[in-house]
Design a protein around this ligand. Structure first.
Ligand SMILES: N[C@@H](CCC(=O)N[C@@H](CS)C(=O)NCC(=O)O)C(=O)O
Length: 234
C-alpha cells in the first residue's frame, strides 16, 4: 500500500538543493516501512519536521518481497528510496535528509556532531533493551530488561540540557530517541515499569518529545492495538 504525504510543495524543497541529483531525490522519496518499526519512525519524524513530501510503503517483514531484498542489503527497514537510489540504516537516512533539507539538525561543529552521534549510539542500546522488554518470556527477563532500560536512561539525565537534548534546537539525539519514548509510554502503561522515576530531566524531555506532532502523527492509526497484538505474538 502506498500513502502520500504532500506536506509542502515540491518546488519549495527543490529550491534548497545544491545539485541536480539531490533535486531529483527530494522530488521522489519513498520510505519503505514496517508499521511498528522505531527505526522507520526516526526517518518519518525528520521528513515531517522538515516538511518534505514522501510516499510510504509498508512491507510484511515475515514475508519479505524479492523487490525489498533487492534494495535492502540487510533485509531491514527503513529504506529510503531517493530518486531511485536505496539508502538504508536509519542514522544514515536521517543524515542524508539533513544534508539535503534545511534547517539542519546535525551540528555544524565536528566535536558537537561527534558527541551527538555518540549519544545516538546509546539510544540504539536503548532500543535493543526495549525489544528485550517486549520479547521477555518471564517476569525475571522483563525485570532485567527494565533495569537495563533505566540504567541507560540514567546516563541521559545529566546530559539533557532542555528543552531538547542539546538545548533549544531539535537534534539527531532527539530524533533517535523519540520513537523509543513513544513506545515506552505504551509498555509503561501495560506493565507499570516506572521508567522515569527519579529522572526529572529525562522525564520532561520525554514529555516534550512525545507531544511533538512529528512524533505523534507519523505512526499508523490504531498504533497501540497493533503494538499490543504484535508483542503478544512475539
Ligand atoms: N540499524 C538499523 C535497524 C533496523 C531494524 O532493525 N529494523 C527492523 C524492524 S524495526 C527490521 O527490519 N527487521 C527485519 C529483520 O531483521 O529481518 C537501522 O537503524 O535502520
Amino acid at each position: 500500500m502506498t500513502f502520500s504525504f504532500a506536506l509542502r510543495e515540491p518546488s519549495a524543497i527543490v529550491d534548497f538543493m545544491s545539485t541536480e541529483t539531490d533535486a531529483v531525490a527530494a522530488a521522489d522519496l519513498e520510505l519503505i516501512s514496517h508499521e511498528l518499526c522505531p527505526y522507520v519512525h526516526r526517518a518519518a519524524i525528520v521528513l515531517r519536521e522538515k516538511g518534505v513530501p514522501y510516499r510510504i510503503r509498508y512491507i510484511d517483514l515475515k514475508a519479505k518481497p524479492p523487490w525489498f531484498l533487492a534494495v535492502s542489503p540487510r533485509g531491514k527497514v527503513p529504506v529510503l528510496v531517493a530518486g531511485g537510489v536505496p539508502i538504508f540504516e536509519s542514522a544514515v537516512i536521517v543524515e542524508y535528509l539533513d544534508e539535503t533539507h534545511p534547517p539542519h539538525i546535525v551540528p555544524a561543529s565536528p566535536l558537537e556532531r561527534a558527541r551527538h552521534r555518540a549519544w545516538a549510539e546509546i539510544v540504539s542500546d536503548l532500543l535493543v533493551q526495549q525489544w528485550k522488554l517486549m520479547v521477555a518470556a518471564s517476569a525475571a527477563d522483563r525485570e532485567t530488561a527494565r533495569r537495563n532500560v533505566v540504567d541507560l536512561l540514567q546516563r541521559f539525565e545529566p546530559e539533557v540540557r532542555g528543552p531538547w537534548f542539546a538545548g533549544d534546537a531539535l537534534g539527531i539525539v532527539d530524533v533517535a530517541i523519540a520513537p523509543a519514548f513513544f513506545r515506552f509510554d505504551y509498555l509503561d502503561r501495560w506493565w507499570n515499569l516506572g521508567l522515569y522515576e527519579g529522572l526529572p530531566n529525562v522525564g520532561a524531555w520525554r514529555d516534550r518529545l512525545v507531544a511533538r506532532p512529528s512524533v505523534r502523527e507519523t505512526v499508523i492509526d490504531g498504533f497501540e492495538e497493533k503494538l499490543r497484538a504484535y508483542v503478544a505474538q512475539l
